[in-house]
Write a new protein. Structure first.
Length: 103
């Protein structure tokens, strides 16, 4: 009894995915994924990498997951309309903290 997440792949998202996948594979020649069979394929999953490398960890999760992901970002970076359109196209969602003083 899972809920299926339906995200539309945007054309530019697909192009960027392929380019970053190739660059990631060129830089990291060998990648080992442990426990991939334990992740359900038909239900939503929250991946929470916790590491200081804020760029490469989400990319590693994105390429190992073999499904389209939606990322969270601070809500204040969505203030400019052009940036908001780009982030929405890349399936990046606004993160609104419960405490407005924490960002």
């Amino acid at each position: 009894m899972g809920v299926k997440a339906n995200f539309r792949w945007h054309f530019i998202y697909s192009i960027l995915y392929v380019w970053t996948f190739i660059a990631h594979r060129l830089y990291y020649r060998r990648i080992t994924v442990v426990g991939l069979e334990k992740i359900p394929a038909d239900t939503p999953v929250i991946y929470a990498p916790n590491h200081q490398n804020a760029l490469m960890d989400p990319l590693a999760v994105a390429f190992a997951a073999r499904r389209q992901l939606a990322f969270l970002a601070r809500a204040d970076i969505f203030q400019k309309p052009a940036v908001a359109r780009l982030l929405n196209m890349l399936q990046i969602l606004k993160f609104l903290p419960l405490n407005p003083f924490v960002i």
